[in-house]
Write a protein that binds this ligand. Structure first.
Ligand SMILES: Cc1cc2nc3c(=O)[nH]c(=O)nc-3n(C[C@H](O)[C@H](O)[C@H](O)COP(=O)(O)OP(=O)(O)OC[C@H]3O[C@@H](n4cnc5c(N)ncnc54)[C@H](O)[C@@H]3O)c2cc1C
Length: 487
């Protein structure tokens, strides 16, 4: 039975006759089975993991609906469908697996959603040059499994590995749990193949580096579907590691742990996993360690001799900051549990508002940003918990990941807005950057002007040049004003 659906953020919709004409022509391109205006298909591609979407859905409403979903299977099909939408001025929302955390796939102006999951092949694995070319709709876990079968790893493990795609990673500038050794997605992406709104297909060269002007293909990294559609990418791969070394250390104070990490990064070591938890998160994740000390978990991998040398240098650095060794079993426990994402939905059903906010700090403000954000989050009435850990580290600083849980009663949306306003203000006052890896989507657009200053105008000009009709994922990255979602 088709029910009437209430939407909260729908800014506009395309004339139904135009959509019907588009659907008929789209069916000629991808086949009738790969075009749908069925309610179940519209509902399942209208949202992502942005907590606000879940709050609304618990209340029986939806953010906004597309009017059509298409499932292209090749670059040629994407190009033909996109050129057609551009000609008819129909908004297009690219859709991977919908694991984005900030409303990036919400089709504010209706139109057509391109679900890319049929573009799921590995086109080639070049073992000599350690490069893989994968289509953008390939699921993350399947990508890694296929590489593993040939003796390689992609080195990219976001917590959402099982519910995200290669194209989603590239579009959001994602970072995986092993990022300190293997890099973030932009370090792995050697070249991209993409389609512009007018159907132009272009790609970069898969050589280690070029100096022939700015890389056109790299413009799509982090563009969150606002400039075009990424159809495939050539990424670095690594032989499966010969050796893995795991270690846990605890510190009396979070600042001591941060200082230890700064020292071993400065010394040139690059452990794959570096995660430093505050006392509260140490107690939650590793109850045997209690909540009085801060746990640092480390996983070093690669060639055996290099791993041994790194472990030694790291041990010296952490001990110089008063660390106590706590064995390797906590890292094994973390490895087992690291993709579990069920707690959020459980808490949501109990009336909680839960979110995570990741920001980037340098070393000089790594601890003060944690303090300021924690205080700000706890200062919002209704917040029960605000804890943090550092999970991606660099010689110049670290990503700080705050988790917050509140029980605000009925008006969850205004609580949510207050929470973010407080957190972003604290982040800004400490000089940290507003996002490390979740991206912008719809919600973080509220702070894009503060983050970029005049740079936002540069992004708007690039958008106007590549997408003059403004059809690509309207309202995201703050490239246009969104009336229905304001501070
Ligand atoms: C529980 C959980 C854990 C997470 N953990 C991490 C983590 O560890 N690290 C991390 O970086 N992120 C993490 N995320 C965020 C999210 O998983 C990533 O942003 C992921 O990269 C999104 O991939 P997706 O395929 O689901 O993209 P979607 O959510 O479908 O899309 C995200 C954005 O990219 C656009 N897009 C998607 N595919 C394409 C394409 N082919 N071409 C152009 N635009 C496209 C969409 O329009 C949208 O704007 C997590 C999210 C959740 C819910």
């Amino acid at each position: 039975m088709v029910q009437e659906i209430r939407t909260v953020l729908q800014e506009s919709r395309v004339d139904q006759a135009v959509m019907e004409r588009y659907a008929a022509e789209a069916a000629d391109i991808v086949g009738e089975d790969n075009v749908s205006a069925g309610q179940a298909d519209l509902l399942s591609s209208c949202r992502d993991y942005w907590p606000v979407n879940s709050i609304w859905m618990m209340e029986g409403t939806f953010p906004a609906l597309p009017q059509l979903v298409v499932w292209p299977e090749s670059t040629e099909e994407v190009a033909a469908l996109l050129a057609l939408a551009n000609r008819e001025n129909i908004p297009v929302t690219p859709y991977g697996e919908g694991s984005g955390a900030l409303g990036g796939v919400v089709p504010l102006n209706g139109g057509v959603t391109f679900d890319l999951k049929r573009m799921n092949k590995i086109r080639s694995l070049d073992e000599k040059n350690l490069l893989v070319t994968a289509e953008s709709g390939l699921n993350g876990a399947l990508y890694e499994e296929q590489l593993n079968r040939s003796g390689y790893t992609g080195g990219h493990f976001p917590q959402s590995l099982r519910c995200s795609t290669v194209g989603g990673w590239l579009s959001c500038r994602a970072a995986g749990q092993f990022s300190t050794r293997y890099g973030k997605i932009e370090d792995m992406a050697v070249s991209l193949e993409a389609v512009l709104p007018d159907g132009t297909v272009f790609s970069g060269r898969s050589v280690p580096r070029t100096a022939t002007g700015p890389r056109a293909d790299h413009l799509l990294l982090g563009a969150e579907g606002t400039l075009g559609i990424i159809t495939s990418a050539t990424l670095r791969v690594w032989p499966l590691p010969e050796k893995r070394h795991m270690a846990t250390y605890t510190f009396e104070k979070l600042e001591e742990g941060l200082e230890a990490i700064r020292l071993f990064m400065r010394a040139g070591t690059r452990p794959a996993v570096v995660r430093l938890y505050d006392g509260q998160e140490t107690g939650n994740h590793f109850p045997e360690l209690g909540d009085k000390r801060c746990a640092l978990i480390l996983l070093i991998e690669g060639s055996a001799k290099i791993v041994d040398a790194e472990a030694e240098v790291i041990a010296d650095c952490v001990r110089s900051k008063g660390a106590e060794s706590a064995g390797s079993e906590h890292v094994e426990h973390w490895l087992e549990k690291r993709f579990n994402i069920g707690v959020a939905s459980m808490l949501l059903q109990k009336g909680a508002v839960l979110d995570t906010i990741e920001v980037t700090t340098n070393w000089h403000n790594a601890y003060s940003t944690y303090q300021a954000m924690q205080e700000a989050l706890l200062g919002v009435e209704g917040t029960m918990l605000a804890s943090g850990h550092y999970s991606h580290v660099y010689p110049e600083g670290a990503a700080l990941y705050m988790t917050t849980v509140g029980f605000p009663g009925n008006d969850k949306i205004s609580y949510y807005k207050k929470l973010w306003e407080a957190a972003m203000e604290a982040c800004h006052s400490e000089g940290a950057a507003f996002s490390h890896h979740h991206g912008v989507g719809l919600h973080r657009g509220l702070w894009m002007a503060e983050e970029h200053g005049p740079g936002l105008e540069v992004l708007k000009r690039i958008k106007a040049a590549l997408d003059p009709g403004g059809i690509m994922n309207p309202g995201k990255l703050a490239l246009e004003e969104v009336r229905s979602w304001q501070k």
